[in-house]
Design a protein around this ligand. Structure first.
Ligand SMILES: [Zn+2]
Ligand SMILES: [Zn+2]
Length: 348
């Protein structure tokens, strides 16, 4: 078996290099990767280098963490998988021992080994990878590898919806209709929420939001986002506001849209400081951040398999592995058109 991996040589340049076969531990499965989703964090890494640069300047930087494939080998202690199984993986492997792991909040583990970031920068854009059985999941027969790869970003949306504690009958505004915004929308729909408004500046995304279950959409370029969102709730404000764009302006809109006693869920990654007018939210508003996901994969896989959660219609571009440079160039240059791109890995 010959392996290769796509490496970020420097910001803006990807290169496919030969690689050693990964070493299979007793409780690991070896997976032939078949599809890899391109995440906003991968695009950020491609453009500017990793959020947290490696300590060792010679560390090879892989990209990609949303993946699915076929099991080709299992370690001697693996119980639930065999060669030929179709699987997807949770790309973050926590330590299993710290207080966060012990209380089930393993996404907060300070020692998590998450793909394509520190400490190991292992990317999913490779032919073969090894992964602990514990964080590997079977794909139902009616799910393909693209859907399998997108269980990861779907879990971000599902986790945000579940963590918020929202209940059917309550209202939600989602600021940002990119991949994570639309995944959050579907997470909310899966939880039985119906009064959902999606705000974005691009009509193609808003159309998709409607198709995926948004009751209302607002184009923030053409309309006054705060005024429209308040009018939709008879000026009461939305019970829940999900910020998914990671922009200062949307975070500031959130405090003006949320209802008294409501909750702002910060899902997007804010890379800058956000000045918040606390006077606007001094009626017992909660601000909660949401980070990745935990214990979500089974629910998300079931939701996709049942047809309630549609990840496929978010895929706007597909590429072959050999065109990985093009895939990332397009992610930067065609940001407006691309909602989700997926890289197809060779079968043999
Ligand atoms: Zn992702
Ligand atoms: Zn831990």
């Amino acid at each position: 078996m010959k392996n290769s991996k796509a490496i970020l040589v420097h910001p803006g340049l990807m290169e496919i290099r030969e690689a050693d076969m990964p070493v299979l531990k007793d409780t690991d499965v070896m997976i032939r990767v078949r599809e890899v989703g391109v995440c906003g964090s991968d695009v950020h890494g491609f453009q500017f280098g990793p959020f947290i640069p490696p300590k060792d300047p010679n560390q090879e930087i892989g990209l990609g963490h949303e993946c699915a494939g076929v099991v080709v080998k299992v370690g001697p202690k693996v119980k639930n998988f065999k060669e030929g199984d179709r699987v997807c993986i949770e790309p973050g492997v926590p330590c299993g021992h710290c207080k966060y792991c012990r209380t089930g909040r393993y996404n907060l583990c300070p020692d998590v080994d998450f793909m394509a970031t520190q400490p190991n920068y292992r990317g999913a854009l490779t032919n073969y990878l090894v992964h602990p059985e514990e964080f590997t999941y079977h794909l139902p027969d009616n799910m393909d590898f693209v859907e399998g790869a997108l269980v990861e970003p779907a879990s971000v949306g599902m986790h945000a919806a579940l963590l918020s504690g929202i209940r059917p009958g309550e209202s939600a505004v989602i600021l940002g209709g990119g991949c994570i915004g639309l995944m959050t929308l579907q997470g909310l729909v899966s939880c039985g929420v119906t009064d959902i408004t999606v705000v974005d500046v691009m009509d193609n995304r808003l159309e998709l939001a409607k198709k995926l279950g948004a009751a209302h959409t607002v184009n923030g370029m053409k309309e006054d986002t705060v005024a429209v969102c308040r009018a939709l709730t008879d000026d009461m404000g939305a019970d829940y506001v999900f910020e998914t764009a990671g922009a200062v302006i949307t975070a500031q809109q959130a405090v003006k849209i949320v209802a008294r006693g409501g909750k702002i869920m910060q899902v997007g990654t804010q890379s800058k400081e956000v000045p918040v007018d606390f006077l606007k939210i001094n009626r017992e508003v909660t601000i909660q951040t949401s980070f990745r996901y935990r214990n979500c994969y089974p629910a998300v896989i079931a939701a996709i398999s049942s047809g309630r959660f549609d990840v496929k219609s978010m895929v706007t571009a597909t590429y072959d592995y050999k065109d990985v440079q093009q895939a990332f160039d397009d992610s930067v240059n065609k940001k407006a058109e691309i909602i989700k791109s997926v890289i197809h890995m060779p079968e043999e």
